[in-house]
Design a protein around this ligand. Structure first.
Ligand SMILES: Nc1ncnc2c1ncn2[C@@H]1O[C@H](COP(=O)(O)OP(=O)(O)OP(=O)(O)O)[C@@H](O)[C@H]1O
Ligand SMILES: [Mg+2]
Length: 356
């Protein structure tokens, strides 16, 4: 009698299109080992992405094609995502039934939660497992994404020669990335907070499931705009100062800047606190035991310490590559290590594509 071990390598490219940059990375999987084969960060001029839609397909195509060419990425299996705000996601309990009956029963049940015009959405669902409340039911995640944004992004991929992409959702990718990298942290309630360019997403998760999501309309772009206004400089200069350039300024400027940035940080913390208090007030006063930060603005000076001290909950910055080995082609890893908060969604997308 023989046995087989499947060590054949599979590859997948995750492409995360954000307001300020496109993150592209290729992962391969052999057995249980995940390797990062390529990675790229393509900064976007402002105006290319607006409310999640690509306003300039020609430029985005050129950026993506040259990123694939420069990094020798030949793989055409891609996973993309759409922003959470264009999607309705809800976990519902449904009695267990035959697969043939499930599609129409779920669609019928889901319609009450879909506040968009039903003709304008693509609908999907995923069976998450047994319902906690009733052994005869399954917990099912229903997902209804707006067709206009899905088509916008799928068209872009087709125009890049990347056909039939898998389409995921930013916030689901973030949670998958966390579950993949921090399996030992999934046993207790945790907060995952993604602070991006246009918004801050608060997720409360437990045992690999989502309990709550809420978006706060503050992100890195607002912060840069406020710095630019306060210190009377243009956006690019303010962005440079915020992302490390402050070190080159004189002591007087540094002092004034730190006072101002601490004020902005305190405002973000207080919005996060309000959101988590709201969750707790509606959930038996339960608070997450730990908070995990990701997204580019997680690197904002003083943010993680401020959240930790004011909410009195330990805060760490997520390493999306915690369970991933860097391949030989990656070369100097210091670039990735200094910016890894940017790559959480892209990792979640590629990992999703490699799941059995
Ligand atoms: N070192 C840093 N300190 C503070 N902020 C930073 C730093 N590096 C990057 N950022 C900010 O992170 C933001 C980009 O984060 P991210 O890539 O997660 O957002 P995005 O995917 O482009 O946008 P979104 O998801 O909101 O559409 C920018 O606003 C940028 O200014
Ligand atoms: Mg993003």
């Amino acid at each position: 009698m023989g046995f087989k071990i499947n060590l054949s390598s599979k590859k997948m490219v995750g492409i995360d299109i954000g307001y300020s940059s496109i993150k592209i990375l290729e992962l391969s999987k052999a057995g249980n080992k995940y390797t990062l084969d390529s990675i790229d960060l393509v900064n976007l001029p402002s105006g290319i992405v607006s409310d999640g839609f690509l306003k300039d397909h020609a430029s985005a195509i050129a950026y993506i094609k040259s990123s694939f060419a420069n990094h020798g990425m030949k793989d055409k299996n891609v996973v993309i995502s759409i922003p959470c705000k264009h999607v309705i996601i809800k976990n519902i309990d449904m009695p267990k039934m035959k697969e043939s009956e499930l599609d129409s029963a779920i669609f019928y049940e889901a319609q009450q939660y879909i506040t968009y015009d039903i003709k304008e959405v693509s609908f999907d669902y995923e069976i998450l497992g047994n319902s906690a409340a009733d052994a005869g039911s399954n917990l099912i995640m229903i997902i209804a994404g707006k067709k206009d944004i899905i088509n916008d992004r799928v068209d872009l991929m087709n125009e890049c020669g990347l056909h039939s992409p898998i389409v995921d959702v930013d916030c689901i990718a973030t949670e998958n990335m966390f579950n993949f990298n921090y399996p030992e942290e999934t046993e207790q309630m945790a907060g995952i907070i993604k602070v991006g360019a246009t918004e801050t997403n608060v997720h409360i998760v437990n045992k690999g499931f989502n309990l709550f999501r809420r978006d706060i309309p503050i992100g890195g772009v607002n912060i840069t705009e406020e710095i630019a206004k306060k210190f009377q400089m243009d956006f690019n200069e303010a962005e440079n100062i915020k992302t490390g350039g402050i070190e080159k300024r004189d002591e007087n400027f540094k002092t004034n800047y730190m006072i101002y940035i601490n004020m902005i940080v305190a405002r973000i913390t207080s919005e996060i606190q309000r959101t988590i208090d709201y969750f707790a007030a509606n959930n038996d006063k339960q608070y997450p035991k730990k908070i995990f930060l990701t997204g580019g603005s997680a690197m904002l000076s003083g943010l993680s310490g401020d959240i930790e001290s004011k909410l009195n909950i330990p805060v760490s910055i997520i390493n999306p590559f915690r369970k991933i080995v860097f391949g030989n082609n990656i070369g100097d890893t210091s670039f990735i290590e200094s910016k890894y908060s940017l790559f959480g969604v892209a990792v979640g997308l590629a990992v999703r594509g490699l799941e059995p």
